[in-house]
Write a protein that binds this ligand. Sequence first.
Ligand code: 5AD
Ligand code: SF4
Length: 430
Amino acid sequence: MNMHDSEVMAGILENIGYVAAENKEQADVLLINTCCVRETAENKIFGLMGKLRKLKYEKPSLIIGIGGCMTQQEKVAEKIKTRFPFIDLIYGTENYHRLAELLKTAQGSQKTVLELSHQINPVIEGLPIKRASGFRAWVVVTYGCNNYCTYCIVPYVRRSERSRQPAHIILEVKDLVAHGYREITLLGQNVNSYGKDLEQPLDFAGLLAEVNKISGLDRIRFITSHPRDFNKRLIETISSCEKICEHIHLPVQAGSNHILKKMNRGYTREHFINLVESIRQSIPGVSITTDIMIGFPGESDKDFQDTLDLIEKIRFDSAFTFIYSQRRGTPAATMEGQLPDYVKSERIKVLIDIQNKISKEINLQEVGKKRWLLVEGTSKTNKKLLSGRTRSNKTVIFPGPHFLNGKIVEVEITEGKLTHLAGKWLDNYY
Ligand code: 5AD
Ligand code: SF4
């Protein structure tokens, strides 16, 4: 969602005549888009601002703005204003549609301009957008979140859930297809609750079925799904719509019922296991990835073992693993039983080792299979190789001519590594 927001901010800047600078030294305006989901993300931003101080003193005409989730927290915004007075503009998650005006005000002001919205905006349509890719695009379906998982700050900074009108979503996708886009990813903190607030209700399965009808579109993805709201109708829709890719990101967070309850996740480990079983039965070849957190307050050795046991049972294709981070204002931040750092670091190591072993084993099973990839560009580590993604969201690198960029190509998988696969192009593409 943050990356998508950055694309909108870049679009707004382009709309008022700015072009992308080669580097930060050449820039006239620098905007930092922040995340506050974990403390490490916030610390990085504080570190970065220390460095930007020098740049500002060398070039006083430079405008530095900082926005996003982190600055939406009033106390943090005030802290930035006092500690880094050279920052020209501070704005929140609900203010970036006003970026053009805010920049103008900041340019004419000696003081830091601070704008945080205290009310929740209705969905704002029609903002300009400068997308990073010419063939894959993010399309927002819901803003905000109503779930209030007890560890999570998102509902406080992104506010309550609002669904976009289906007609606006369909129009955006059609327009993308007309401009050569082949894959779209529908975005929301919890896509499964899409539509609950619409006057003429349409659920997420219904929306997917509508998007699937758009001719010229090749692939549909969506993030993020909530295990509590992932119903049978949705599984059937994914299984019957040919454009919907066989990949589901389904954050489990923990494998212990005691912890899941304290997290307010609204499901049990048994529910999760049954859900994965139904998904796998109905959608052949589906890959399932997850988010897992360790070190939630009160997590005992037994709770942690339950999480390890669950990941061994489910065998996720891959997982984002997190150390619980105390977020001010969330219920978990003041719960008893906060764990010391050394326990958390030991547990995360064990978890990562087990998950890595599973991911590698699953990737090795891909060797010899034929897969269709959407080519996304050159490999990050070796510019001579191309990189693409299977429908199951696995990255494959392979040697091939550069005109394949943006094409859907067939490869045979030759190697299975921990984070990606290697392949051989089979001369087919469209
Ligand atoms: N500490 C650690 N991880 C968190 N996440 C959300 N809040 C926290 C927190 N306080 C993780 C969850 C979520 C992912 C996007 O970030 O696993 O799914
Ligand atoms: Fe945070 Fe839970 Fe909402 Fe995800 S579903 S954004 S973890 S509150």
